[in-house]
Design a protein around this ligand. Sequence first.
Ligand SMILES: NC(=O)c1ccc[n+]([C@@H]2O[C@H](COP(=O)([O-])OP(=O)(O)OC[C@H]3O[C@@H](n4cnc5c(N)ncnc54)[C@H](O)[C@@H]3O)[C@@H](O)[C@H]2O)c1
Length: 407
Amino acid sequence: MGISIGLVGLGQFGQTFANLFRSHPGVDRVALCDREPEKIATIASRRGWDQKFNPRDRYEKLEDLLKTDVDAVAIITQPWLHAPQCIQVMEAGKHVYSAVPIINLPDGDEILDYTEKLVETSKGTGQFYMMGETTYYRPETMFCRRKAAENAFGHFVYAEGEYFHDVDADCNLREVQKKRTASASGKEWLEKKLRYIDAGVLTGPMHYPTHSTCGPVCVMKAHAVKVTAYGYTNRNKDPFFEDSAFSNETALFQMSNGASVRICEFRELAGSFHKEETFRITGTRGTYAENLWKENFRTDTSPAKKLQKTHLTDKDMQDPLPPEVALAFRQIENPGATDIADFTTGGHGGSHPYLVHEFVDAISNQRQPAINAWEAARYTIMGVMAHKSALRDGETLNVPDLGDAPQ
Ligand SMILES: NC(=O)c1ccc[n+]([C@@H]2O[C@H](COP(=O)([O-])OP(=O)(O)OC[C@H]3O[C@@H](n4cnc5c(N)ncnc54)[C@H](O)[C@@H]3O)[C@@H](O)[C@H]2O)c1
């Protein structure tokens, strides 16, 4: 028997995930929840939804969804809402998937408090939390995790991760913000945000750090211990940055494995060096950057050999999905499809199908998801502490760690 799941937050991003959750062969029943009923109706009327969605399973309040017997809930509401909602879900005895980040608020201490509470709740209730961090399932991240498991990097030396998303890029952040604050929950936030500004509590892009921190952390399986960071302040009084001390932030971390990591979170820049969201990693034996793997075969007891270079396509780097899952996802676009020869994974570097599969598989098999509360905490706390350091003109700060997930 498959699992049942309630999807909460059916806005721009939630709508792109709904068909994936509905189509996964491990899901038997889907419930829909949004404060705005027309968003539920849009999804419920899509082709194929009569199979796993009962019209009685529509909810305008999270509280009402939580009174049902669904096994799990996916929270894809606005970023300032996630943590308390995820905690509420786990306290109601259900597993929870959340869009990134754990929570985004202007006050870093509030983010740290929520992060700790989220970890404690997952531990105390025994319910699983998974963060839907898209970078975790980008092709390069899957490839580097495999190489790390083979010890092919040798000892990790250095990594750099970046999220370069200019406010006026094709995916225009002004438009995203306008849409996110147009709904009832969005308008409530605009009032709350003003209170932070009035109190002089200013945010920064490091409060949305998971796209850039995830790659180095999950590949090296290391956490940050110290940080020094600097910010770039917007120069033309752009109202988009009215609540921010900085529009761009750069941090250097010392990691628990002795490597150094440079992270950039930029919202004001002309384009990007390579991809908008990516990372590079070098070790004493192997290096990954820009779809290129280099290896010198050095070991602790033998010297380096001639450097071998391998150019990789994204397809080369991806892990396979189970064929029945790939076929079900393929059939979203083409209900008559019978094989997966032309199946291309989509969404943020092809990551969306992997995120949905990982969550459903983890819940079905009663195991911690890969991006569990403890893992997500590491990505999040790095950003909070980097912003704190930048606010203190680069003062070196210790980075707390909440440990590993219980097995
Ligand atoms: N690469 C990525 O990982 C990525 C990309 C885009 C968006 N996101 C994340 O996705 C999330 C959603 O973004 P979006 O652009 O879809 O926002 P959105 O504003 O379009 O949608 C949010 C929806 O949540 C609903 N909602 C809010 N509170 C609710 C409640 N208590 N009960 C039921 N429904 C409620 C709102 O009515 C709205 O429809 C954000 O947190 C964002 O960070 C992640």
